[in-house]
Unconditional design. Structure first.
Length: 339
């Protein structure tokens, strides 16, 4: 774990230097770029915005693609263009916003809280150049294995080949916490740091014992695996959930037995919120307002099943402790959306 924190430090500090250098360049050039942006009505290049999602086989990427399309089709800003790009998900997206490489990002709300305080994956380095722009959907940790694997509990993953999610993802952070709750540390299992899409393919061909996935419920990739293999979800015990709740902001969640055709009973799991965050550096209040308005007033155009959760009624889920983006705050106030 310490090795990962060190790596994150390096990334964040590099980003600080890059941003500082860019700031000095702007000053030396009489703030030319900033003046050009202001003349266009925003403080950013509205024609080249990027939304960080996740791995192509998870929920973030396909849902993020549709979110970008909805925003592009309904925003009232000349020349606006937003592209949804694959990434390492939660932590990676926040770091990319910090570095100025992305403008928007999808993230579990817990890493976003850690970023503000310099905890968890951001230990010692506080990141505060982003604002909350709305709840997307509830994420549920789903741990997939196959019938006949002999794996009945998390403790049985000792010595197994396990996909724990990409570096910088909420999945990996949560997976390591869950394994820790059962006394399993790095080296006690064969870890694969890959997205759920790659892991799903390897579960199908039998080269992987289990995979963690912080996903929407139900998840299409899991349903696809179930068409080829007899699969099951590994439940969490009461003791395991207690440890996780005591050491994180995740909460207990029951996966209903009718969520998938292969389930025969309810499964104990944990949940958090997927939220949208936006840069305070590259997205000014006016643009943030237009993005939020375009998304929430047209979310019904999203066909992805998790898009059903992207509503004004749910808009503030996961926002507690996070600063609202000024543009989002303005839109929410107009719509009477408040905690």
């Amino acid at each position: 774990m310490k090795k990962k924190f060190t790596s994150m430090f390096a990334i964040l500090l590099t980003g600080t230097l890059v941003l500082a250098a860019c700031g000095n360049a702007d000053e030396n050039n009489d703030n030319t770029e900033e003046n050009d942006a202001n003349n266009a009505g925003t403080d950013t290049d509205v024609g080249g915005l990027q939304l960080g999602t996740g791995s192509t086989g998870g929920t973030y990427y396909p849902l993020g693609q549709e979110m970008a399309t909805v925003i592009n089709n309904n925003i009232d800003v000349d020349g606006f263009d937003l592209s949804a790009v694959s990434s390492g998900a939660s932590v990676d997206n926040i770091v990319s916003i910090f570095q100025g490489e992305m403008d928007l990002g999808m993230t579990v709300h817990l890493p976003a809280l850690d970023a503000l305080t310099g905890d968890g994956e951001f230990e010692g380095v506080a990141v505060d150049n982003f604002g909350f722009m709305g709840h997307i959907y509830p994420e549920v940790m789903q741990i997939v294995t196959t019938e006949g694997s002999g794996i009945e509990s998390i403790a049985d993953l000792e010595g197994a080949s396990v996909a724990i999610g990409p570096p910088g993802s909420g999945t990996q952070a949560a997976a390591k916490l869950i394994l820790e709750a059962y006394g399993l540390e790095d080296g006690d299992y064969e870890a694969y740091e890959e997205g759920f899409g790659d892991a799903a393919g390897r579960i199908q061909d039998g080269s992987l014992d289990a995979s963690f996935g912080l996903l929407g419920l139900p998840d299409g990739s899991i349903e696809e695996i179930a068409l080829q293999r007899d699969v099951k979800l590994i439940p969490l015990s009461d003791e395991g959930i207690s440890y996780i709740e005591e050491n994180s902001g995740y909460e207990a969640f029951t996966i209903p037995g009718d969520s998938y055709d292969f389930l025969e009973e309810d499964i104990q799991a944990i949940t958090a919120y997927a939220v949208l965050v936006g840069s305070l550096d590259s997205i000014d209040e006016d643009l943030g307002y237009e993005i939020t308005k375009a998304l929430f007033e047209n979310s019904g155009d999203i066909s992805h099943s998790q898009g059903n959760h992207l509503t004004k009624e749910n808009a503030l889920n996961g926002s507690e402790g996070l600063p609202l983006h000024p543009g989002t705050e303005r839109y929410f106030e107009e719509e009477g959306i408040s905690q």
